[in-house]
Write a protein that binds this ligand. Structure first.
Ligand SMILES: [Zn+2]
Ligand SMILES: [Zn+2]
Length: 263
């Protein structure tokens, strides 16, 4: 009997040790992600300036069928090099994940996918951003209006890659790489806290689109382009451009970025 009690006691303590270990692990994980679980726009200065973070890491999450084009990744890297002050450098990480099978996605489902598969989090002076190229569309899409992408947290965005794929060709004469690039760059604009997301833009007045909140009124600006569009808006947008000539930030958006430490 005594012997049995001893074994039970040992088991009890072993169980306790395992339980307390597990709790510690959960706490560590929670803290580890906290810096990347803030509201959209709140890390604009952190991403743009070198004050707190001198390095930037971008993780692309994608499935076997939605890997971003090489041209897209190169274009986004150039775009970031031109706009953010990161003397320690910008690095790109590509992470293939198992294909989620619950499309079309709600933003909560997108958050869950990020939580499960994102491997890169902000650490020390190295800030990390997650860009998920989703194998499906947004559940908010209608017969005529489509969501191309969404920035939903301080360092998180989704690009609805299958929706972009359906826009390629036809009258648009636009390539998948161009759509991937312009959608991602637009969402980066929101991560940079454009337009006036944190109420501190120097050009908020007359620049902020008061109807399409978070966007700017300058036609042709990267941030004029609403993330939810109709097919005809999309076609108009790309019809009169020369090949390779994609929307960029207008002067006011650039000045707002520079005021937050960008270049
Ligand atoms: Zn937008
Ligand atoms: Zn603008």
């Amino acid at each position: 009997m005594t012997h049995f009690f001893k074994i039970s006691a040992i088991l009890f303590f072993v169980t306790l040790a395992v339980v307390s270990c597990k709790n510690n692990d959960d706490d560590v994980v929670a803290d580890f992600k906290a810096e990347n679980r803030k509201a959209l726009g709140t890390s604009g200065e952190d991403l743009l300036s070198a004050d707190t973070f001198t390095k930037l890491r971008i993780e692309f999450l994608f499935t076997a069928l939605t890997r971003p084009k090489l041209e897209t990744i190169n274009a986004i890297e150039q775009f970031l090099e031109a706009r953010v002050n990161k003397p320690g450098g910008i690095s790109i990480i590509e992470t293939e994940i198992p294909a989620p099978n619950n499309a079309p996605f709600s933003l909560d489902e997108i958050r869950d996918i990020e939580d499960e598969y994102r491997t890169q989090y902000t650490i020390d002076d190295d800030i990390a951003v997650s860009v998920f190229f989703a194998n499906g569309s947004s559940e908010n899409d209608t017969e005529t209006s489509f969501t191309l992408g969404s920035a939903y947290q301080n360092t998180s965005m989704v690009v609805y890659r299958n929706t972009l794929f359906n826009f390629v060709g036809g009258n648009n004469n636009v390539t998948l790489a161009e759509l991937e690039t312009v959608t991602s760059e637009h969402e980066f604009g929101h991560l940079f806290s454009l337009v006036n997301l944190t109420n501190d833009d120097i050009h908020a007045k007359y620049h902020l689109d008061t109807v399409n909140d978070k966007h700017c009124v300058i036609e042709g600006c990267l941030m004029f382009f609403s993330s939810s569009v109709t097919r005809s808006q999309m076609e108009t947008r790309f019809k009169n451009r020369s090949q390779g000539n994609l929307p960029v930030f207008d002067d006011l958006c650039i000045e707002d970025l520079q005021a937050k430490g960008g270049k």
